[in-house]
Ligand binder design. Sequence first.
Ligand SMILES: Nc1nc2c(c(=O)[nH]1)N[C@H]1C(S)=C(S)[C@@H](COP(=O)(O)O)O[C@H]1N2
Ligand SMILES: [Mo]
Length: 257
Amino acid sequence: MSLKLFNARPDADLIIKDAAKELKAPARRLFGKRILSLGGLAMLSGCSISDDKSVNAMLRKISSFNDEAQAFLFDPNKLAPTYPESMITRPFPFNAFYDIDEVPEVDPSTYKLTVGGRAIGKRVWTLDELHAMPQESQITRHICIEGWSAIGKWGGVRFARFLALAGADTSAKYVAFHCADNYSTSIDMPTALHAQTLLTLTYDGQILPPKYGFPMKLRMPTKLGYKNPKHIVAITVTNEYPGGYWENQGYNWFGGS
Ligand SMILES: Nc1nc2c(c(=O)[nH]1)N[C@H]1C(S)=C(S)[C@@H](COP(=O)(O)O)O[C@H]1N2
Ligand SMILES: [Mo]
């Protein structure tokens, strides 16, 4: 690695911009103040930047460093802001990796939620059983990485309570979700146990409509939109990194908001 090489890259500014996107403030400010150069970045990550493959490897490394930093900075006791009813965004936006006319139809009479992996409690749940549990609601802001945010009201079961009844090993690292539309995502255990993480069954006081994830959406105001799975059919508690639909395509895994 020579400094000449770093400076020779005509796309150095673009690479630094990409890397900056992967980092959250205050690390991002180091770029703004020009304290971190492309060369400095390569040295920090221990990667060479001689070709595009190694640049990608470096960006991936920064992203996983970012996951660890975010996990470290996550305060399990800090609550995300909540809002009054008057601030609810109407109509609330729909988003998925397909158009609204392709929203999956889940049959509530045959639907079952399964829990797998590191859990020794109840493993199969019907919707009636989930509705019979104590319900909470929250009015919070959903932030999508595609550049929009909206305030909505979701109601359901506190996920920490659900995990306790499922006998989940809460010392495990990850909780993974598989959805009826084949979407998937996974979260860290501290976020799974956060007080505002709800297994939601309703939207704005009504049964969750198909477009918002019937029969259930895991709602986390501490995480970006793509980490909030809709149409969940299976939950797995695991120590093996599960990834996810967007995460496998390069979205940051921790995805805090
Ligand atoms: N099953 C499933 N869950 C999903 C998605 C998806 O495509 N399928 N998209 C995610 C993204 S990127 C966003 S922004 C939100 C959108 O939720 P909404 O339609 O309720 O606004 O759902 C998230 N959960
Ligand atoms: Mo999103």
